[in-house]
Design a protein around this ligand. Structure first.
Ligand code: BGC
Length: 443
């Protein structure tokens, strides 16, 4: 017998997808990632990507709107808007105004990210020296002034912790540019990003009173491998503090904590109007003397984990709930947006259950009255996955990069039903991921 049951969300909940300029636009030749790709550090090149700069954003926004989404998170490309330190490209700004108008016309609330991993080439080592702080603020002022008619929801920096750690700590896997190996410098870069975020926060509020400004944290959940072991618990703390704690601590207290010590950033205290939360997966952590580089913390997925195509992500929905709980304790009453969540799964055998199970955990949080206000699935359509290039497919829609043809995955239909219903029902689970039924609707 099928149980008729549903998990509903509050009225006005934002349901969308997220994208980033470099991953979808194509031909972003003037930033450090393009150079990194030409130098052979990525698995394939971004090339034309999803050709949004060529205008295909229109058809993809149509797909999102037909898919019942009422919001979309996109990013603008700094190197297009400010091709040299002294020039602004008004046509590029007009292009983004058209896109935001396009979202509005389709009934979707735009959320704009101002920095999503890419820097204009002229910025050089600005995130190391600190020169990026005033440069970013200048860029933000210009851009927000140009786009403010269409957007009030801003994300200053996407995953500053990801930018700093993937670019400056060599863990033996492919890296982000600049591909250095200097943990101290990684945390210095992170602190400079905190200062840039704070400057941008104030700049945006100067320009637009009703603005809501935050950033997006790359959060990973960690649990001890041996629950009884104090050393494993210590290692969880180390891993957690290395990845998750920097920005939140700085914005809560004005002091950025890291495993290598604290850095004062008093101007950052209180500079967020919502908590932007990117959650993908959870690790086990154990203390391992052979891992001095990571301060003896060794992370891995559970042996019986439900793993994605490239074993890049384990389906661990409880980590989403734990993360939300941690946010609420640290920042009571601060609105929360899930700014990213998704999985690479070319044949879509796993995404439907991943999606349903994560949305169920968000529903649990909402039922504690935790102020979760929206969910942005990563991503609308397959796009260029950074150092992993085209080897990972995160889209609700697939993309054939040779022909630019989009191919709908079943998850696109499931997500459309969720957005339309403003919730998840037992019928949807029976139809798209019956294997998760008992977990989601226990008798
Ligand atoms: C990034 C996205 C990326 C996604 C999946 C996130 O960390 O913000 O740009 O595509 O992960 O890899």
């Amino acid at each position: 017998m099928t149980i008729q049951a549903s998990y509903h969300f509050p009225r006005g909940f934002l349901w969308g997808t997220a994208t980033a300029a470099h991953q979808v636009e194509g031909n972003n030749t003037n930033n450090q990632w393009w150079e990194w790709e030409q130098d052979g550090y990525t698995d394939g090149k971004s090339g034309l990507a999803c050709d949004w700069w060529g205008g295909r954003w229109r058809e993809d926004f149509d797909r999102a709107a037909e898919g019942q989404q009422n919001a979309h998170r996109l990013s603008v490309e700094w190197s297009r808007i400010q091709p040299t330190p002294d020039t602004w490209d008004e046509d590029a700004l007009e292009h983004y105004r058209n896109m935001l108008r396009g979202l509005r016309e389709r009934g979707m609330t735009p959320m704009v990210t101002l920095h999503h991993f890419t820097d204009p080439l002229w910025l050089g080592d600005g995130w190391e020296t600190g020169a990026a702080v005033s440069a970013f603020e200048k860029f933000v002022r210009k851009t927000v002034e140009a786009l403010k008619e269409y957007c009030t929801l801003w994300c200053t920096i996407n995953e500053p912790n990801g930018y700093a750690l993937n670019g400056y700590v060599n863990r033996g896997v492919a890296m982000f540019p600049p591909g250095k190996n200097n943990t101290r410098l990684a945390f210095r870069v992170m602190a400079i990003m905190v200062r840039a975020h704070a400057a941008a926060y104030h700049a945006i509020h100067d320009i637009q009173k009703e603005a809501r400004v935050g950033y997006a944290l790359n959060y990973r959940s960690f649990v001890p491998y041996r629950t009884w072991s104090p050393l494993d618990k210590l290692s969880v703390k180390t891993a957690f503090n290395a990845l998750n704690i920097g920005f939140p601590s700085a914005l809560a207290t004005g002091v950025m904590h890291s495993p290598l010590g604290s850095i004062k950033v008093p101007e950052a205290k209180g500079t967020q109007d919502y908590f932007g939360f990117n959650y993908y997966t959870r690790d086990y952590v154990t203390f391992d003397l052979r891992k001095p580089k990571t301060l003896f913390a060794h992370n891995f997925f559970a042996k019986d984990a439900d793993l994605s195509d490239n074993k890049f992500i384990a389906n661990e929905p409880e980590g989403m709930f734990d993360g939300l709980k941690w946010i609420v304790r640290m920042f009571p009453n601060l609105p929360i947006l899930i700014t990213e969540n998704g999985i690479e799964d070319a044949d879509d055998h796993m995404r439907p259950r991943y999606l349903a199970q994560h949305i169920h955990q968000i529903w649990r949080a909402v039922n504690f009255n935790w102020p979760v206000k929206g969910y942005f699935h990563w991503s609308l359509v397959d796009n260029f996955e950074w150092e992993r290039g085209w080897t990972q497919r995160f889209g609700l829609w697939g993309l054939d990069i040779e022909t630019q043809k989009r191919i709908k995955r079943p998850s696109a239909d499931l997500y459309a039903e969720i957005c339309k219903e403003n919730g998840l029902t037992s019928e949807m689970v029976s139809k798209y991921c019956p294997e998760a039924f008992e977990k989601l609707f226990p008798v």
